[in-house]
Design a binder for this molecule. Structure first.
Ligand SMILES: C[S@@+](CC[C@H](N)C(=O)[O-])C[C@H]1O[C@@H](n2cnc3c(N)ncnc32)[C@H](O)[C@@H]1O
Length: 201
């Protein structure tokens, strides 16, 4: 090989790298997160689908969130529900989420929204989480997951606590209010003083 070949090769590689850098097509940190999420092998009970802003707004209104309330979202995704609760109501928010990528994303978003001091995201299986200090719980899970969660809600939450679900019911527990927002149905329950026998089975 001639002595100039390695130099030519080196310059070509450098040009290629610079070309890639200058193309303007580089992924943003959030694109990187999304890509990693797609590869994630996390075992979820429910896939990641976000709640639209208009539905988040109505869920928090139905939950009657007040300033200083502690709002939990079980399966918090990118954190939008608790971040909105902190922004609009000066609530304190806690997101419980099994996917570490979503936790990172939610923390970034809370920082950008200026509410990082009032919201916390815990990487945890929601069935193993302590949410007993909640004033409000929101969920966007699945009917079977809601039903499995029901005994934990009764066990951990004080009477009077509101639980609001996006789209799915909770077995035979009749909601005290239901609303439709576009294609979504929202359900609200209030934890009773005494849990009826029919709901303990
Ligand atoms: C339908 S998404 C809802 C996201 C967010 N709450 C919203 O409404 O935009 C459900 C979320 O629950 C998370 N998840 C699924 N199984 C879980 C589990 N066992 N513990 C905690 N999070 C879970 C998923 O990773 C996903 O982010």
């Amino acid at each position: 090989m001639s002595r100039s070949r390695p130099i030519v090769l080196g310059i070509s590689v450098l040009l290629l790298v610079l070309g890639a850098d200058c193309s303007g097509d580089r992924a943003s940190p959030l694109d990187d997160l999304a890509a990693r999420s797609a590869d994630s092998t996390v075992e979820r009970d429910v896939p990641y689908v976000t709640t639209s802003d208009s539905v988040v707004t109505r869920m928090l209104e139905m939950a009657e969130v007040a300033p200083g309330d502690v709002v939990y979202d079980l399966g918090s995704g990118d954190g939008r529900i608790v971040i909105t609760a902190a922004q609009r109501y000066r609530a304190r928010g806690v997101g419980i989420e099994i996917d570490p990528v979503r936790i990172l994303e939610a923390r970034e978003k809370a920082q950008a929204a200026g509410v990082a001091d009032r919201v916390t995201f815990r990487k945890k299986d929601l069935f193993e989480a302590d949410f007993s200090d909640a004033d409000v719980v929101t969920i966007y899970l699945l009917p079977s997951v809601n039903k499995k969660l029901r005994p934990l809600l009764f066990e951990q939450l004080d009477p009077g606590t509101h639980v609001v679900s996006h789209n799915f019911e909770m077995g035979g527990w009749a909601p005290d209010s239901t609303e439709t927002v576009g294609p979504s149905t929202l359900y609200r329950w209030t934890i009773p003083e005494t849990v009826p026998d029919s709901l303990t089975r």
